[in-house]
Write a protein that binds this ligand. Structure first.
Ligand code: C2E
Ligand code: CA
Ligand code: CA
Length: 757
């Protein structure tokens, strides 16, 4: 169980781990996808600005070349420095809005023609002015157009890139340098739109030669002057070059010549950047579009938030699911534990938990008493009204016992109709009061399925440690005491050492009795019943058992054992059939008819179909029904009167006689007698014994005889041993006599001789 429980949570952990791994894989893919998209974006942007700037510069170069040639012609035709303003330049300036100023300088740096927006008074010498000297010198050396350092034009409030193009004669000597300032935002549509909105997402154009920035898309920054005015230490360009080289796997020269766009990722300071770069070989420019990876990461985080939420929801759902499974399982486990410790029918503790609880008592050696409670006549309910009915009775009994039990008591069902109650009291008087109360509660009428039962309980009591040192020993002692209590029914009995012997004897009897039938150890004897003249009227069939193991066992001893251990039915059937067979044979043989009395145990009586089978067996022989008497002990059926009354009636209606055995020892009231269809009262031997000496016994017999007469019943006195007794009984009006004085019980062969005599 614990294993399953642990497994459920192991499974959950596994689920969490697996789903986390899955989430991580998704995250990695998602991140790579976003990085890839970002790089593609920057590659496209670099490609766009590279093309745009290249064609813009190319156009400007052509224009400078053309204008320069025009102006040179003009200069040669007119006097040099006639007028530095050039109407042509002014005109071109008007058409080219991207150009902020034009100028033509001689190789010595002196400007000889400028557009009219130039300050004629303060025209700088391009060779000597620190800001222009470097690019001017470079232009003198270069066949291509050269870009100067981007500078700020306060008049226009714009950043301008100076362009210089050397003009050469046929020999290749520089004759002049055409110069202009271009405003990139107006030179190309691409630059006219804001390329980025963020300092972290940037497009930059670097001059390869010295790392000066020619253009940066992020122009809002406060340090823009620093950006353009400060020579870069080339580390930015170098790092990009290196990264791009690694991606392209080309050497620097080949890379520059390729004109391709390459993605890269670099660390700059504490930042990590992602972007793409291309080199404009003609204008010696690095074009870079890059973004701080933090932005990409932010984008990733936003897009991943949904996955994260889904993941968390899934985890919560799974946790809930696993918890409900675990709870369900826990519930089942508790139920199983409950089932293992409780009796399913009554919900009382079972023997197993009783043993666990008493183990604790034994450990502490704390004295306690064990009550063995057994329902009287419960089997009859089960047999006659079905097990459903029996179950309801048991549930009700359990309920009553529970009500009676005190908080410190432990009540358990041992099985069948047996219950045990552990009680901390050991004083006999306290216990007696308690058990009397318990018996009284258990004896109330049970109403089940419209039937009413008058049942009771017998209670055997054993005390720890006197009567047993462990549960089995105590249960055994209490069971022995209960067995004793059963003799009285509805009573209690404390265990006593002498009971043990009887108990062991009964166990031996039970074991041997199980083999008695198949070993033909049972036989019948018959005791004559006579009238006052000594003439035989009938016989009482009495069973005899000569056990191979125990020797002769009197019926007084084994009949009660047979009743308790369920052997009464087969033995009873043997008695009836054997008696009927032997008596039918004898009567036929002698041509003599007499009554036959058979003792019937209540166990037999309450067996379903009993009456039918008895009638069947009688008719089989065939014997006259009115010659058959069934003897039933008063004390046995008195509590089950509702049960036996209809059976008595059926038998009576079928012509069978019924005799109430041992009359006077039970508690039959006259009202009970009146209800029953009885044919005979059998006065118990105990009264006959004392009839000659005891006045009370004499009066008792006299009243029994008159009651019997009153109800038109035959009165039979049993155990008549002397002539005196016989005479006295006769004088009281007794009809029949049975006893050693007349004849002892005898085998069928002896009975034949007796009858013939
Ligand atoms: P019970 O039905 O009252 O039987 C009469 C008992 O008294 C018999 O003892 C009988 O032998 C004995 N008895 C008869 N006359 C005298 C006498 O003058 N003096 C003395 N001292 N005893 C006399 P038994 O056969 O030992 O039976 C004892 C009890 O066992 C019976 O009492 C009956 O309750 C039971 N029992 C005997 N046979 C059967 C049987 O076949 N079926 C059933 N269910 N019970 C039987
Ligand atoms: Ca009898
Ligand atoms: Ca009797």
């Amino acid at each position: 169980m614990a294993l399953i429980r642990r497994n459920i949570w192991t499974l959950f952990v596994l689920f969490v781990v697996l789903s986390s791994v899955m989430l991580a894989v998704i995250a990695v893919y998602r991140w790579q996808g976003i990085v890839h998209d970002a790089q593609a974006h920057h590659q496209a942007r670099v490609s766009l600005i590279a093309n745009a700037s290249h064609s813009a510069f190319l156009y400007q170069e052509m224009l400078l070349e053309f204008i320069g040639r025009e102006l040179l012609q003009d200069i040669t035709h007119n006097e040099l420095m006639n007028s530095q303003h050039s109407p042509l330049l002014d005109h071109l300036l008007k058409i080219n809005t991207s150009i902020t100023a034009f100028g033509l300088a001689l190789p010595d740096g002196e400007l000889v023609r400028v557009s009219s927006n130039g300050d004629l008074e303060n025209l700088p010498n391009l060779l000597f002015h620190p800001a222009s000297r470097d690019s001017f010198l470079h232009a003198l050396r270069s066949p291509k157009m050269v870009l100067g350092r981007t500078y700020f034009m306060p008049a226009l409030n714009e950043w301008v890139i100076p362009l210089r193009k050397a003009l050469r004669d046929e020999q290749g000597n520089v004759v002049a340098v055409m110069t202009a300032g271009v405003h990139l935002e107006r030179a190309s549509d691409v630059f006219s739109r804001p390329l980025s909105e963020n300092a972290l997402d940037n497009v930059v154009m670097f001059r390869d030669r010295d790392g000066y920035i020619q253009y940066t898309s992020f122009a809002q920054s406060d340090n823009i002057h620093d950006l353009y005015d400060d020579a870069q230490d080339n580390s930015v360009v170098n790092a990009v070059q290196l990264a791009v080289q690694q991606v392209s796997k080309l050497d620097l020269a080949a890379l520059k010549a390729s004109g391709e766009v390459y993605p890269y990722r670099v660390n700059r300071g504490d930042r990590r950047l992602l972007g793409a770069a291309a080199f404009d070989n003609r204008f010696e420019l690095w074009l870079i579009s890059e973004v701080d990876e933090q932005l990409v990461w932010d984008e990733f985080c936003v897009s991943f938030r949904l996955y994260m939420v889904l993941f968390l929801v899934l985890q919560v759902l799974a946790a809930w699911l696993f918890r409900s499974i675990a709870n369900k399982e826990k519930e089942q486990r508790e139920q199983l534990v409950h089932m293992a410790n409780h009796d399913a029918l009554t919900q009382l503790l079972n023997r197993h938990s009783l043993s666990q609880i008493t183990d604790e008592y034994f450990k502490t050696e704390q004295p306690f008493s064990l009550l063995f409670i057994d329902m009287d006549s419960f089997k009859g309910v089960n047999d006659n009204f079905g097990h459903d009915c029996g179950d309801q009775v048991l549930i009700e009994l359990a309920r009553r016992l529970r009500v009676q039990a005190e908080p410190d008591d432990v009540l358990a069902r041992l099985g069948g109709d047996e219950f045990a109650l552990i009680c901390p009291h050991v004083e006999r008087d306290v216990l007696s009061v308690k058990v009397e109360r318990l018996i009284a509660a258990a004896t109330h009428v049970y109403s089940v399925y419209g039937f009413e039962f008058q049942l009771g309980v017998s209670v055997g009591i054993a005390i720890y440690p006197e009567h047993g040192s462990n549960l089995n020993g105590l249960l055994r002692s209490a069971d022995i005491a209960m067995y004793e209590a059963k003799k009285q029914r509805n009573s209690l009995c404390f265990y006593a050492d002498n009971m043990e012997k009887q108990y062991l004897r009964n166990i031996k009897i039970e074991q041997a009795l199980r083999l008695a039938l198949q070993n033909n150890e049972l036989s019948m004897v018959y005791q004559p019943q006579v009238n006052s003249q000594g003439r035989l009227l009938g016989v009482e069939a009495l069973v005899r058992w000569h056990s191979a193991e125990l020797g002769f066992v009197p019926p007084d001893q084994f009949i009660s054992v047979a009743e308790h251990c369920g052997l009464m039915l087969p033995i009873g059937n043997f008695i009836i059939r054997q008696t009927l067979t032997e008596m039918h044979r004898l009567q036929t043989e002698l041509g003599q008819v007499f009554d036959v009395a058979i003792n019937i145990s209540l166990r037999q009586f309450t067996q379903p179909g009993f009456v039918e089978s008895v009638l069947y067996w009688i008719d089989q022989q065939p014997l006259a029904r009115h010659s058959i008497t069934l003897e039933v002990t008063e004390s046995l059926f008195i509590e089950d009167i509702d049960l036996v009354l209809p059976l008595f009636q059926t038998l009576h209606d079928a012509g069978i006689r019924i005799s109430l055995d041992d009359f006077g020892t039970g508690y039959s009231s006259l009202s009970v007698l009146r209800q029953l269809p009885l044919d005979e009262l059998k006065v118990d031997k105990s009264f006959v014994d004392h009839i000659c000496v005891d006045n009370t016994a004499r009066q008792m017999i006299q009243s029994i005889i008159s009651i019997g007469k009153n109800y038109q019943m035959t009165v039979l006195a049993e155990g008549v041993e002397t002539e005196e007794q016989a005479n006295l009984l006769h004088s009281f009006g007794c009809d029949r006599f049975q006893g050693y004085y007349f004849a002892r019980p005898m085998r069928v062969d002896d009975l034949r001789i007796y009858l013939q005599a």
